[in-house]
Design a protein around this ligand. Structure first.
Ligand SMILES: [Zn+2]
Length: 80
C-alpha cells in the first residue's frame, strides 16, 4: 500500500496544474475516509493549498479504481 498516486491539481495562486507526487494510496485513503483536508503543493509558489471537493471526488474515484469499486460509495460520501 505504499504506491504513490500521482495526480494534477490546479494551484489557486498561479492557476497552473501542479503534479502531486507525495501521496501514497494509503495516505489518500486515510485523508478521504477521515474527512481530512488534502494539501497539495505548488513548486512555483512554494506553498500548500487544500484541494476542493471536486478534486476530492476525483481522487476518491482514482483510489477506488486502484482498490476496487466497492469503496467508491464510502469515499465520495466522505467528500461531502
Ligand atoms: Zn502556484
Amino acid at each position: 500500500m505504499s504506491h504513490v498516486i500521482e495526480f494534477a491539481a490546479t494551484c489557486p495562486r498561479c492557476k497552473r496544474e501542479q503534479l502531486q507526487e507525495s501521496f501514497t494510496l494509503a495516505d489518500l485513503m486515510g485523508l478521504l475516509y477521515g474527512g481530512s483536508p488534502i494539501k497539495a503543493y505548488c513548486s512555483s509558489c512554494a506553498g500548500f493549498w487544500t484541494v476542493n471537493v471536486q478534486k476530492r471526488v476525483e481522487l476518491g474515484e482514482l483510489v477506488a479504481a486502484r482498490c476496487g469499486a466497492s469503496t467508491l460509495g464510502a469515499l465520495t460520501a466522505g467528500a461531502r
